[in-house]
Ligand binder design. Structure first.
Ligand SMILES: [Zn+2]
Length: 174
């Protein structure tokens, strides 16, 4: 019996080649969705409810707490250029292109933050690297939760009913 037979529905092997720029970008983008889940899960665990991606606000903030007028942006460290963070390293190839791209992202983030604040909302930025330790994440969100509860005294969880979007993964943190 032949050790290997071709054309029997085996997995197609893709030719090994370097990833294109758009493939790298797609990978970075899809990785960035996870930290947002961690933030939502932590808020949920703290009893804080929220809306997602409100298109009426500048920059469509990732998480919105309407009653306490707070928004949270969850930023990937690479993509949004987290200064001093080991995850923010410019690739050696096309480094000029990446630098320009990330500088533009940071400028846009600053404009968006300014616009949301000008509209009377408090803005909290959570960085991807902060979401990796439950303790660090809880600390980063403590102020958000405090304000949320303060704006809804004696009524249990703030912004209850605001969310029809529980975290996609309700497993406990860590
Ligand atoms: Zn970071």
């Amino acid at each position: 019996m032949a050790a290997r037979s071709a054309g029997q529905g085996g997995p197609h092997r893709r030719r090994a080649r370097p990833l294109s720029r758009s493939e790298i970008m797609a990978r970075i983008r899809s990785k960035d969705t996870k930290p947002e889940w961690r933030v939502r899960r932590a808020l949920w665990a703290m009893g804080v409810r929220y809306r997602l991606h409100d298109p009426r606000l500048p920059g469509r903030p990732d998480i919105v707490l309407p009653r306490s007028r707070q928004v949270i942006f969850v930023h990937g460290c690479f993509w949004h250029g987290h200064e001093g963070c080991p995850r923010h390293r410019i690739p050696k190839t096309n480094s000029m292109w990446w630098e320009q791209k990330i500088r533009a992202n940071r400028a846009r983030d600053a404009r968006v933050t300014e616009a949301v604040r000008a509209a009377g909302w408090a803005v909290t930025i959570i960085w991807e690297c902060e979401t990796e330790s439950p303790e660090a994440l809880a600390q980063a969100l403590a102020n958000v939760a405090r304000i949320a509860f303060a704006c809804n005294p004696g009524k249990g969880a703030p912004d209850r009913g605001a969310s029809s979007h529980p975290p996609p993964d309700l497993r406990p943190l860590s």
